[in-house]
Design a protein around this ligand. Structure first.
Ligand code: PLP
Length: 385
């Protein structure tokens, strides 16, 4: 099972970071469910001393995810938020961050309510417009933090242009690549310095684990993030590491189906008389469709649509039978949600409106069910509006 230097994406997903288990030859990396390791004698051990610091299952996952994203090192954390918090620890008191104005609400909350107490400041702008980014940069700015496509209105940021601007001004470009997955978008190829994921979503893909990862390109960042992983201790458990490793083996086949279903639902909704607008980067009507074609290899399973009112949205959400009303995304089963009262409830109402998150907006995370069943379900739900 030697991975050639020119191995293709699906092969990397399946094999990178994983050698047959040295003690038995097991093809699947075991769950090393241990807290400590026996040492042969004082000062002599096999490279493993204590499981917060080193764990073979987690290390296999970290190597796998680094290879999938095309980075030099991966560092896995207990959640997507723990991973973003570790990225923030690259900053020092007094530093400033420019970030996308519709990042995941938890990311906004972390900066606004927690990191601001440590004299870290941030400015939110539409990173889809790089003039706004350039204007927001101050002498204290150290990082540009981008989420593309954004949640839930699928606004894109031009990754290559963002990397060029960031590097020209001496900033690190950080990309939260959770929505696209590395199967559809590889930010490091466009110049990103750090990529983060909530592995809870597409990377694990089966709605049965919470986790996060940072993929880094610079040796000094890798060293610091590993140090913080051990020092702060928000590690991904061996079992969760194993689940995500299993998930990445099927990432390309799952993403192909998520993308096919996402596109079919977007087209269906775009031609439905009761739907006012569809947000999906794969539709030629999307204002950044050309950019999506340039930097994404597929358009994914996330989409949102405008029903016109809270009542209409509530009726759709109450009437679906197969789609599950739930937060989160990226699992094999289709989820439907109401951003204004669920994922984005903590965003002030006037700011929500500015971002296009109206009371009538409905978000779908398209799963991998048969598309005919999904369409029938949405059609009968929209009939009730
Ligand atoms: N980033 C994005 C884009 C997300 O959607 C989420 C969670 O929904 C997170 C980060 C945080 O991840 P977690 O819930 O695993 O902490």
């Amino acid at each position: 099972m030697k991975l050639g230097r020119n191995a293709r994406f699906s092969t990397i997903c399946l094999h990178a970071g994983q050698e047959p288990d040295p003690s038995t030859g097991a093809i699947i990396t075991p769950i090393y469910q241990t807290s400590t390791y026996v040492q042969e004698e004082l000062g002599r051990h096999k490279g493993y001393e204590y499981a917060r610091t080193q764990n073979p299952t987690r290390e296999a996952l970290e190597a796998n995810l680094a290879a999938i994203e095309g980075g030099r090192g991966g560092i896995a954390f207990a959640s997507g938020m723990a991973a973003i918090n570790a990225i923030a620890s690259l900053l020092e008191s007094g530093d400033h961050v420019v970030m996308s104005d519709n990042v995941y609400g938890g990311t906004y909350r972390l900066f606004d309510k927690v990191l601001s107490r440590y004299r870290l400041s941030f400015t939110s702008v539409d990173t889809g417009d790089l003039d706004q980014v350039a204007r927001a940069i101050t002498p204290a700015t150290r990082m540009l933090f981008v989420e593309t496509p954004s949640n839930p209105v699928m606004r894109l940021t031009d990754l290559r242009a963002a990397a060029d601007l960031a590097h020209h001004r001496g900033l690190r470009l950080v990309v939260d690549n959770t929505f696209a997955s590395p199967c559809l978008q590889r930010p490091i190829e466009f110049g990103a310095d750090l990529v983060t994921h909530s592995t809870t979503k597409y990377l694990n893909g089966h709605s049965d684990s919470v986790g996060g990862v940072v993929i880094a390109t610079r040796d000094d960042d890798i060293e610091w993030l590993k140090f913080v992983q051990n020092a702060a201790g928000a590690i991904l458990s061996p079992f969760d590491s194993w689940l995500v490793l299993r998930g990445t083996k099927t990432l390309p086949v799952r993403m192909a189906q998520h993308s096919a279903n996402g596109m079919a639902l977007a087209q269906f909704l775009a031609s439905h008389p009761k739907v006012r607008h569809v947000y999906y980067p794969g539709l030629p009507s999307h204002p950044q469709y050309e950019l999506a074609c340039r930097q994404m290899r597929g358009f994914g399973g996330m989409l949102a649509f405008e029903t016109g009112s809270l009542e209409a949205a509530a009726r759709v959400l109450k009437s679906v039978r197969l789609m599950a009303l739930a937060e989160s995304l990226g699992g094999v089963e289709t989820l439907i949600s109401h951003p204004a009262t669920m994922t984005h409830a903590s965003v002030p109402a006037d700011h929500r409106r500015e971002l296009g998150i109206s009371d009538g907006l409905v978000r779908i995370s398209a799963g991998i069910e048969d598309i005919a069943d999904l369409q029938e379900d949405l059609a009968q739900a929209l009939d009730k509006v």
